[in-house]
Design a protein around this ligand. Structure first.
Ligand code: ARG
Ligand code: GLU
Length: 713
C-alpha cells in the first residue's frame, strides 16, 4: 500500500515511477524508508548487512576521510581506499624534487615505509539514532527563535548524556529537514593515518581540469592509506608503536564488474544538498547568485591563465590553486545549464501546486501559502547581503592572495587584543611561517594582477552600502598604490615587522596603508555583512522548517530523505549512460583504449607514464583484462555530491566494484534538483585500480591483503 502510493505520486511528478524515489541519500538507520526500494532494484543483502549498530556491518567499513571526503576499508589490516584528489595534499606534502610522489607515484614496499600525515584523521559512524522526539521535547510553535534554540540545546545535552558510549567515542547530534528531525551519531575518530600508495598524477589526475566534471572520463582517481591504532586497536595519536588497525568489517572486492541496469550502492558522506527549496529560491540561486560567483572566478582564472601560459615556474606554483577555483566555477556553470535543461523550475512549481492541493484537503492550504509568501519575501530581502557576502568571500578572500595574508594578520591582531604582548611572542612564529609560505608559493606579479582585478570586482559588484568608504572613494589605481609599499606585498618587510617587539608591530600596522584598507574591508565583513546575513538566514531556517514540515504533512505516506549534511548516507541507482545533447548518447563505460586515445605526450593534463604505454603495447593486462582491454570509469544514477569523493561503490551483493569520484557536468544541478535523465555519478572501476596497483605499483603485498573475488551478478 505504502509503496504504491509513493510510486504514484512520484510517477505523477516526474513520470519516472519508483525510480525517482530511489534517487536520494538515505540515512542508513532509516531502513524501512529505503530498503524495499533497494530490494526491488535487486539487492541480494539484508538490511542489517548494510547497517547494524549491534554487530559488524558494512557501515563499519566506511569512514569520513579527513573531514571532506570518504574512504572504504579494503583489508583486515586497515587498508583504506580513497580518491587521488582526496589524498593529494598528503601526497604533495611528502614530495620533494628527488622524490616527486605527485609526479611519479608512491608505493610503500613495507609497513615501515608507510608515511604518517600529522593532522589527518578518519571517522567511523558506529550507530545512528533518530532522536527527534527528545530533541524537540518542550518546543512549541509559538516560541521565539532564541528560546526555541535554547530548549533544543538543553535537550541535545541531555541526549548526549543519555547515550552510553565508550571513552574513545563521541556523540554528534545533527538536525535534518531544517530541524524537523534530529539524528544522533556515535562516532570514532582515528588520527594515525598513513600514506600507502598513489599512482602518478598522470593517472590519478588524468585529464585534470579539462576532463573535470565531464564524461567520457579516463581517470585513475585513487590513492591508498592505512589506519593505525594502539595495541588495543583503539584510536591513538601517531606513534611508532601503533599497529595496523583491525577493522570490524572491510569490503571484499569483486572483479566481476557491473552491467548496464545493474544496481550500484554508494556508501559515503555527502556534504550538502538543498532539494527542498521552493522554485523561487532555485531561480534566485541560478539567476542572481551563481552568475556573480561564476563571473568573479572567471576573471581570476583569466588572470592566472595569462601568466601560467607563458611561465612554467608560475604554472607550477598556481596549478593547485587554479584547479581549486576552476572546480566550482565549472560546477556552477553546469548547475545553471542543468536547471534550465531539466525544467527544474516548472517541475518544482508543479510540485508546489500538488502540495497545496493536498494541504487544502487538510485545511492547511492557507498556512502553506502564507509560509511560502513569507519565504519569498525573506529570500528577496536576503539577496543584497547574500551577494555582498559572496563578492567579499570570492573577491576579498578566495581569489585574492594579498587579502588572504591580511586575514592571517587580522586573526593574529584579534588574539593580541585579548592576550597582549604575551600572545604576540607566542603567535608570531606561526604567523611568520604562514606569511613566508604564502610568499614562497606565490608570485608577486600574479598576486598583484589578481589584487587589481579583484579590487575592480569589489568596487563594481558590491551592492550599494556594503563597501567601506575607503574602498568606494579611491580608484583602483590609487588603491593598488596604497598597497604597493605594504608588508602584505613585500616579503622583506614581513620579517622586519615580526622580528621587532609588540609595540613596534602595533605601530607598523597603524602606518601600513595597505593593511589599513584590508582591515576596513574585513571589519565591514565581520561587523556588518556576516551578522546581517546570519540573522536573515536564521529567520529563513525557521520558515524553511515550517515549509518542509507542510510538505511532509501533505504526503504523509511518502518517504522523504533529508538533504545531505556531511553525515553517513546510502545512495543507490543503476549503471546507465545518458543523452548529454540531442542526438548524442553516452555509453556508461570507458576503457584503457580511451586513455591511450587521449594521450598527448608532454601535456600537463594528458601525458601518461611510459610504463603504462609499454604495458598497453604488450597488452599485459593480467587478470584485469576484459574483452582485450581494461575497464576504467563508469557511470551510474546514484545521487551524490561533494564529500562523496572516495565513496565505496557496491554491487547487489555488497561487494566493492568501484570508487566514486565525480559527477557529469550536465547533472551538477542535482544539489538543487535531481533529474534522473541527466544526473550521473562517475566511478573508477575496481579493475582499473587493481591493474594499476599490480602492473604499475608492483604492490603484490597490497593485493594479497585484499579479498578479491570474481562474481557475476
Ligand atoms: N570535480 C570533482 C570534485 O568536485 C573532482 C575535483 C578534483 N579537482 C580538480 N580540480 N580536478 O571534487
Ligand atoms: N569530486 C567531488 C568530491 O570531492 C565529488 C563529486 C561530486 O561533487 O559529486 O567530493
Amino acid at each position: 500500500m505504502i509503496k504504491k502510493t509513493t510510486a504514484i505520486f512520484v510517477f505523477w511528478l516526474l513520470g519516472t515511477g519508483v525510480y525517482a524515489q530511489q534517487i536520494r541519500m538515505w540515512v542508513p538507520s532509516d531502513t524501512k524508508d529505503y530498503y524495499y526500494l533497494l530490494q526491488e532494484s535487486g539487492a541480494k543483502m539484508q538490511a542489517p548487512d548494510l547497517y547494524d549498530p549491534q554487530k559488524a556491518s558494512l557501515n563499519d567499513a566506511v569512514v569520513q576521510f579527513n573531514g571532506g571526503c570518504t574512504a572504504g576499508l579494503i583489508s583486515d589490516k586497515g587498508l583504506l581506499l580513497t580518491n587521488h584528489h582526496c589524498g593529494y595534499g598528503a601526497i604533495q606534502s611528502h614530495s620533494t624534487l628527488e622524490h616527486n610522489y605527485v609526479k611519479d607515484g608512491f608505493w610503500a614496499q613495507r609497513l615501515e615505509d608507510e608515511l604518517p600525515n600529522p593532522g589527518m584523521y578518519v571517522t567511523f559512524v558506529r550507530a545512528i539514532y533518530d532522536v527527534t522526539g527528545k530533541a524537540l521535547r518542550g518546543v512549541t510553535d509559538d516560541m521565539d527563535e532564541a528560546s526555541r534554540q535554547s530548549q533544543i540545546d538543553k535537550n541535545i545535552n541531555k541526549i548526549k548524556r543519555d547515550i552510553s558510549i565508550k571513552p574513545w567515542q563521541e556523540i554528534l547530534v545533527k538536525p535534518a529537514f531544517y530541524g524537523n528531525k534530529y539524528y544522533a551519531y556515535v562516532t570514532e575518530t582515528y588520527k594515525d593515518v598513513r600514506l600507502v600508495g598513489a599512482p602518478p598524477s598522470s593517472i590519478g589526475k588524468f585529464g585534470a581540469d579539462t576532463d573535470n566534471w565531464m564524461w567520457p572520463r579516463h581517470s585513475g582517481d585513487f590513492s591508498l592509506f592505512r589506519i593505525y591504532a594502539d595495541r588495543n586497536n583503539r584510536p591513538a595519536e601517531y606513534s611508532k608503536d601503533n599497529v595496523p588497525y583491525r577493522p570490524k568489517k572491510f569490503f571484499q572486492v569483486s572483479t566481476g564488474g557491473v552491467a548496464p541496469r545493474d544496481l550500484i550502492i554508494v556508501y559515503g558522506f555527502p556534504g550538502r544538498t538543498r532539494e527542498y527549496l521552493p522554485a523561487f529560491r532555485v531561480r534566485q540561486i541560478t539567476e542572481r547568485i551563481n552568475p556573480v560567483r561564476i563571473g568573479i572566478r572567471e576573471k581570476a582564472l583569466k588572470v592566472m591563465e595569462g601568466f601560467m601560459r607563458t611561465n612554467d615556474t608560475i604554472k607550477l606554483k598556481y596549478t593547485a590553486q587554479y584547479a581549486r577555483i576552476a572546480n566550482y566555477w565549472k560546477k556552477w556553470k553546469g548547475e545553471n545549464l542543468g536547471i534550465r535543461r531539466s525544467a527544474a523550475l516548472a517541475n518544482k512549481e508543479y510540485w508546489e501546486q500538488l502540495t497545496e492541493k493536498e494541504l487544502a484537503k487538510k485545511d492547511k492550504a492557507d498556512e502553506y501559502r502564507e509560509v511560502k509568501t513569507e519565504l519569498e519575501n525573506a529570500f528577496r530581502d536576503l539577496e543584497p547581503v547574500e551577494i555582498a557576502r559572496n563578492v567579499f568571500i570570492e573577491a576579498g578572500y578566495l581569489n585574492n592572495p594579498w587579502m588572504q595574508r591580511a586575514f592571517d594578520v587580522y586573526e593574529f591582531e584579534r588574539n593580541l587584543q585579548k592576550g597582549g604582548a604575551g600572545a604576540f611572542s607566542e603567535g608570531k612564529e606561526k604567523l611568520l611561517s604562514r606569511l613566508e609560505t604564502s610568499f614562497q608559493k606565490g608570485d608577486r606579479r600574479v598576486n598583484k594582477a589578481l589584487f587589481v582585478a579583484m579590487t575592480g570586482v569589489l568596487k563594481s559588484e558590491m551592492p550599494e552600502g556594503y563597501l567601506p568608504a575607503i574602498w568606494a572613494n579611491n580608484s583602483v589605481d590609487d588603491i593598488a598604490k596604497k598597497w604597493d609599499g605594504s608588508f602584505l606585498t613585500d616579503e622583506s618587510k614581513v620579517k622586519l615587522l615580526l622580528e621587532g617587539d609588540f609595540e613596534n608591530f602595533e605601530k607598523a600596522l597603524k602606518n601600513d596603508s595597505g593593511y589599513k584598507m584590508a582591515r576596513a574591508l574585513i571589519d565591514n565583513f565581520y561587523g556588518g555583512i556576516n551578522p546581517e546575513y546570519h540573522q536573515r538566514m536564521e529567520q529563513i531556517q525557521t520558515l524553511m522548517q515550517k515549509y518542509v514540515r507542510l510538505q511532509m504533512q501533505a504526503f504523509p505516506r511518502m518517504h522523504f530523505a533529508p538533504d545531505a549534511n556531511g553525515t553517513l548516507r546510502i545512495s543507490f541507482g543503476r549503471v546507465q549512460g545518458y543523452e548529454p545533447r540531442d542526438g548524442v548518447y553516452y555509453e556508461p563505460y570507458s576503457t584503457l583504449d580511451g586513455v591511450i586515445e587521449k594521450y598527448i605526450p608532454g601535456d600537463y593534463e594528458f601525458d601518461l607514464p611510459q610504463e603504462l604505454l609499454d604495458i598497453y603495447q604488450r597488452k599485459d593486462f593480467g587478470k584485469w583484462e576484459v574483452n582485450g582491454t581494461v575497464p576504467v570509469n563508469f557511470l551510474g544514477t546514484a545521487h551524490t555530491t561533494g564529500g562523496n569523493s572516495g565513496s565505496p561503490v557496491l554491487n547487489a551483493r555488497g561487494e566493492l566494484v568501484g570508487l566514486n569520484f565525480d559527477r557529469v557536468w550536465e547533472g551538477t544541478m542535482s544539489d538543487l534538483y535531481y533529474d534522473p535523465a541527466i544526473c550521473r555519478n562517475i566511478m573508477v572501476d575496481m579493475r582499473y585500480i587493481l591493474f594499476v596497483v599490480d602492473k604499475l605499483g608492483h604492490a603484490r603485498r597490497l593485493l594479497n591483503e585484499m579479498i578479491i573475488e570474481k562474481h557475476q551478478q
